[in-house]
Ligand binder design. Structure first.
Ligand SMILES: Cc1cc2nc3c(=O)[nH]c(=O)nc-3n(C[C@H](O)[C@H](O)[C@H](O)COP(=O)(O)OP(=O)(O)OC[C@H]3O[C@@H](n4cnc5c(N)ncnc54)[C@H](O)[C@@H]3O)c2cc1C
Ligand SMILES: NC(=O)c1ccc[n+]([C@@H]2O[C@H](COP(=O)([O-])OP(=O)(O)OC[C@H]3O[C@@H](n4cnc5c(N)ncnc54)[C@H](O)[C@@H]3O)[C@@H](O)[C@H]2O)c1
Length: 473
């Protein structure tokens, strides 16, 4: 068996693993990443990038149709084939050549194959040809193996060959009828995308649409999906699934109803990619999420094992995983060099924002952009809050942006500290408004000072002033 030694070995070269390795190399250590599939991970080829490419064209078309003058110039329908071609380009045609070249330029070694921890600080990599290379880490092993789609225990489901987000993101044609189990982020975005591409979509939303978000967000997205022709069946749950000889998937519901489709997408959440990475060899449970401290070090390990990104279940988002990667890369370097560790709240070596300041955009139409706590979550956390709502469509900039602009904004104020702890914006193109809210929440900017942050006129951002006015001074 071939043996190699590095300062740090990272299992998984998704966005998080790549960034951990980059950070430790920038800090003067050596690093290897192990990847069994494509360098770039889920995000690049089957998640963030291709799905947003599937969504973007229909959104642009809707935007043009909402502005007289532009509307008249739109004379045709969406070209689904062109959208799929553009999606292919955003997925780099499922080739990781560009990312491999970047690893090379960053001085990071790549080992292709399946990585398994075999003992303390040792990772064995089994290549496609069965050859095994043993990698020893002088300082740390970082698990960044991500997550996979979860399938519910529904009779006949697996035999019916359902789509997960992977097959949907990489679809080579648009099914005539698409049924979706789930009502979360993936279900809402995919329903929007495939309805825009011309499919007849049915959403079996057992717990409603976007149940984790502010209730008005789910309500507005549900309304928009229905306006777009999507059948949203709130409370519907699949009891059994069968795929007929002609390819039709028949979903029988627990209330006896039936939904027929050409494809069935399951989008009910994720499970960690830890089944077969050797956790049992170091006293941890195979198949479990990896619990970490704020410096991303795995609890119950002897200090050499870290986990970042989806696999630690803190936040299942690329940008937040990359934020963790910066913290974990830097803390490994600090510990290796015997330098002080800055693990105070908001310190350099901790991922404090994961707790209460996570930004997310759901790219439905309207978009849902949120950061921090919802009103319900703030209350559950025991904060004394005041909730301020404003009609986004009443802002001058919104009216200019699109005729008939409809949207809603909410800020949740911690009354004791006079700071904003949560913001949710729903409306066309609100994604780019979110970072101002993130800065206000992370910076814990006092409301008194926010009055001096004057939004430019006439932008949609003027909603900030309206929210402050509604709160009062
Ligand atoms: C449909 C969909 C859309 C999404 N859209 C967004 C979005 O718009 N914005 C956003 O922020 N987030 C989005 N996400 C979430 C985002 O994709 C994940 O949070 C992100 O990919 C996590 O990065 P990661 O590096 O932790 O894991 P991954 O991207 O899953 O990468 C893990 C890598 O590890 C490799 N690996 C696993 N096990 C092993 C092993 N034993 N040996 C070697 N290699 C291994 C895998 O092959 C993979 O390349 C979306 C998710 C889905 C499903
Ligand atoms: N734009 C983005 O930021 C983006 C886009 C897509 C995915 N993601 C990330 O990917 C992750 C996975 O997304 P997801 O939509 O699969 O998960 P999710 O957790 O967002 O939603 C899953 C939904 O499925 C429902 N559900 C759970 N079990 C069920 C069952 N047995 N039957 C029917 N319904 C069931 C839940 O009520 C929930 O609403 C999310 O955590 C999200 O952060 C992010």
């Amino acid at each position: 068996m071939q043996h190699e030694t590095y300062d740090v070995v990272v299992i998984g070269a998704g966005p998080v693993g790549e960034n951990v390795a980059d950070r430790v190399v920038r800090g003067g250590l050596t690093a290897a990443v192990v990847e069994r599939e494509l360098v770039g991970g889920e995000c690049s080829y089957w998640a963030c990038m291709p799905t947003k490419a599937l969504l973007r064209s229909a959104t642009a078309l809707r935007a043009a149709r909402q502005v007289p003058g532009a509307r008249e110039a739109v004379t045709g329908d969406l070209d689904a084939a062109a959208v799929l071609r553009r999606r292919d380009a955003f997925a780099s045609n499922w080739s990781d050549g560009g990312q491999v070249a970047w690893l090379d330029s960053a001085g990071i070694a790549l080992h292709r194959g399946h990585g398994r921890i075999s003992s303390e600080r040792v990772v064995e990599v089994t290549g496609d040809d069965g050859a095994v290379v043993s990698l020893t880490a002088r300082h740390a092993v970082v698990v960044a193996t991500g997550s996979s789609a979860l399938l519910p225990d529904v009779t006949g489901l697996r035999e019916a060959a359902p789509w997960t987000s992977r097959e949907a993101a990489a679809a080579s044609k648009v099914p005539g009828r698409l049924a979706i189990i789930g009502g979360g982020v993936v279900a809402a975005e995919m329903a929007t995308a495939f309805a825009g591409l011309g499919a007849r979509v049915t959403v079996l939303a057992r717990d409603g649409v976007l149940p984790q978000a502010e209730p008005f967000a789910g309500e507005r997205v549900t309304r928009a999906l229905r306006d777009a022709g999507v059948a949203v069946l709130a409370g519907a749950e699949a009891a059994s699934v069968h795929r007929d000889g002609d390819g039709t998937v028949r979903v029988t519901l627990t209330d006896g109803g039936r939904v027929d489709a050409d494809e069935l997408l399951v989008a009910i959440g994720r499970r960690p990619n830890t089944d077969d990475i050797g956790l049992d060899t170091v006293g941890l449970k195979a198949g479990a999420w990896l619990t970490v401290d704020d410096t991303l070090r795995v609890a119950d390990s002897d200090g050499w094992l870290y986990a970042a990104g989806d696999v630690n279940r803190r936040v299942l988002l690329t940008h937040q995983g990359k934020y963790q990667a910066r913290a974990v890369g830097d803390v490994i370097v600090a510990r290796a060099k015997g330098e002080p560790v800055d693990d105070e709240r908001w310190g350099r070596h901790v991922a404090t924002a994961d707790e209460r300041a996570v930004p997310q955009v759901v790219f439905t139409d309207p978009e849902v952009a949120s950061v921090g706590l919802t009103a319900a979550a703030a209350q559950a956390a025991g904060l004394r809050t005041r909730v301020v709502d404003y009609d986004l469509g009443a802002v001058a900039g919104a009216g200019l942006h699109a005729d008939g602009y409809q949207g809603h904004a909410r800020m949740v104020v911690d009354e004791d500290r006079q700071v904003i702890v949560g913001v949710t914006l729903v409306g066309p193109d609100v994604a780019e408004l979110l970072h101002a809210a993130t800065i206000a929440v992370v910076g814990e900017v006092p409301l008194d000072r926010l009055w001096h942050a004057v939004p430019a006129y006439p932008t949609v951002s003027e909603v900030w002033l309206r929210l402050l006015e509604a709160y009062g001074r």
